[in-house]
Every structure is written in C-alpha cells, then in structure tokens.
Design a protein around this ligand. Structure first.
Ligand SMILES: [Zn+2]
Ligand SMILES: [Zn+2]
Length: 346
C-alpha cells in the first residue's frame, strides 16, 4: 500500500487542476552542484572527485567503467522507483494522491570532464543524440512506462548536481504536467486543421522571419512568440517527427549541427558558460497512436543581462502571470547576430 512518507507519488492541486510529483525517499542524494563552475581553461579533463568521470566510484558504491564514448547508468538516488504501489489511498476529492512508478537514468555525454555541449563539435554531439534515441526506446518499451522525459540542467545556477557534461532521463507511468497540456493542445489543433500545430506555427515563423535564430535543412531554432525566459528557445523538427528514435541519419546529423550553433551562440552572448535547462518533448510511450505529436526541444536559460544578472520568477510571476522586458524579437536578433565560433576558440 502507498506510504506517502516513503513512496514516490503525485498529488493533485484542486485550485489549478494540476498534479505535482513528490519523491520523499530521495533526501540522501549526493550534491556536487554547489561547487562553482570554474573557467573553461582551468577545468581538469579528469576530476578524481567527480562521480561521473570514467573509472571513478559513485556515492552509491558502484564504480564507472573506463568509458570512451557516452555512458548510461540507473540513477543511484532516483526520484522514481519501479516498484511503487500505485493505489490511491485517499478518497477525499481535495486530497488526491496516487503512487507513481518510473525509471531515472544519468546520461553521460562524454568522458571529458572539462567539455560542455557548447564546446563540442557537431561530431561529438551526434553520439549523444543516438544515446537519447536508444534510451527512449529501451525505457519506453517497458509496460509501466507511459512517458520518457530527456533533459539537461546545465550550470550551477540551474542546480546541476555535477559540472561533468551529462543529461538525465526521468520516465513515468503517467504523463508529466507540461506534456499533458501540450498533448491536449496538439491533439485539438490536429483534429481541427489536419496538420500539426507546430508545422503551421513553423511555416508562419518562416514567413515572418522575425524570431528565427538559426535553421538548417531539418531543424529550426527560434525564440518562440510566447517566450517567458529572456533568451528562451524552441528547437523544432522541420518534419513532424514524433520522437528522437524516429529521426533518420541526416536528421540526427542536422540536430547535432543545430545544437552546436545554438549552444555556441548562448556561450558567446555573455562570454560565459551559459546555464540553462533544456529537454525534448516527444510522443508518449504507452502504445497509443499520436499522429498530432511534433518533436521539439525547449531551452529555458535564466540569464538576462550578463553572466551574473539573471531573471527571477517571483512576485507577480508566481502569483499572477510570467512577465518579460525585452521582446522575443529583440532576443532573437541578439542571438542571431552573434558569431558562431565559440569565444574561447575565436
Ligand atoms: Zn567528471
Ligand atoms: Zn513542449
């Protein structure tokens, strides 16, 4: 039976109609994120104290292999567990609680401790995309997994647990809140228009050409019309692919190229290793048919005016509506006009 002080679960907020996730068992997890990021030229290629570097021992007791490419392991302190009871012990409509199952993995991008995606060539980024695809298929094929969320927290400002280049995979039985909202919008749009919402949106953005930062044959990088974070970006597949595993060879190479051009511009904006949270939204993995789903990634960076001046979501934004100062068009122009050679190499 579900024990809310021990098992991962979600709780319903009847004021907003939205669910949130609680992971009470996770308080013991290690934390190397309080270590400030050191400048690129002073970081070691291998850090003996890093629990993601090849050959090092992790906090959970396991040791990493001497990996030379990408490396995946089950999170030693996962937010979700595979064997959580899924019953709903509360019956009161204002106190809804449900056990939630899932798998959490750590996705090491590269053996080099001192690299970031922005400092990698497109050829170094391609294996990361193949890893995202493999992991989506592997975890998504489990009966109890309905959604696979791939994401990355980059930089101490975003609370990353280690400066080593890595992303994460969190998967759940039920759809996460943001994915659920986007599913409804995309489903309703497709039903009304017979084309994906993002295909129509992209066509209109291309016609207006005010917010596009970078584009290649298969991908478009733009500051969305509705962006909240100062330099928020949407990375959209030009074709309505439904998931990362659906991408063919040329589309994966082009995605590496788009990620390279975006992250280099981000670093060049304030000549700093630019912090962000990013992640992909792909179709659910519950076996349903999702012709309306259009693969994309969101980048949510907090910096506003310099390497240290950030935007906060406070006051009116927490209580009312998110607000921004510079327009999406101004932010797109700033990013578009930056050089696409990394400032440390220029
Ligand atoms: Zn490391
Ligand atoms: Zn999305």
């Amino acid at each position: 039976m579900l024990n809310p002080s021990e098992h991962p679960h979600r709780r319903y907020n009847p004021l907003t109609g939205e669910w949130m996730l609680v992971s009470p068992h996770r308080a013991k997890r290690p934390w190397q994120g309080q270590v400030e990021d050191t400048p690129p030229d002073t970081r070691p290629a291998h850090d003996p104290t890093c629990y993601l570097c090849p050959g090092n021992k992790r906090a959970g007791g396991n040791a990493n292999p001497h990996y030379s490419g990408t490396f995946v392991f089950d999170n030693d302190f996962p937010a979700l567990l595979t064997d959580t009871p899924t019953d709903e012990p509360e019956t009161h409509p204002l106190f809804r609680i449900q056990g939630e199952r899932g798998i959490c993995r750590v996705l090491c991008y590269n053996p080099r401790h001192d690299l970031t995606v922005a400092e990698m060539d497109a050829a170094d980024i391609r294996p990361i995309i193949d890893m995202w695809a493999e992991q989506t298929l592997d975890v998504g094929s489990r009966d109890f997994i309905g959604y696979v969320q791939i994401f990355e927290n980059r930089g101490a400002m975003m609370g990353h647990s280690s400066p080593h280049p890595h992303g994460q995979l969190w998967s759940t039985s039920r759809l996460p809140r943001e994915v659920d909202k986007e599913l409804i919008a995309q489903r309703d749009y497709f039903a009304a228009h017979g084309v994906t919402l993002l295909a129509d949106y992209l066509a209109e953005e291309q016609r207006r050409n005010e917010r596009i930062v970078y584009a290649n044959t298969y991908w478009t990088v733009l500051v969305p019309f509705w962006a909240i974070w100062p330099f928020e970006v949407l990375l959209v597949s030009n074709r309505p692919a439904r998931s990362i595993p659906n991408l063919d060879d040329a589309e994966r190479d082009a995605l590496s190229d788009a990620l390279h051009h975006l992250t280099v511009r981000y670093d060049n904006l304030f000549r700093t290793s630019f912090p962000y949270s990013m992640g992909f939204h792909q179709q659910p993995t519950d076996g349903g048919d999702y012709p309306f789903w259009h693969l994309h990634a969101h980048f949510y960076p907090p910096l506003l005016r310099s390497a240290t001046v950030r935007k906060f979501m406070v006051g009116y934004e927490l209580l009312g509506t998110p607000q921004r100062d510079i327009t999406a068009e101004q932010a797109a122009a700033r990013l578009r006009d930056l050089p696409d050679i990394h400032y440390t190499k220029a």
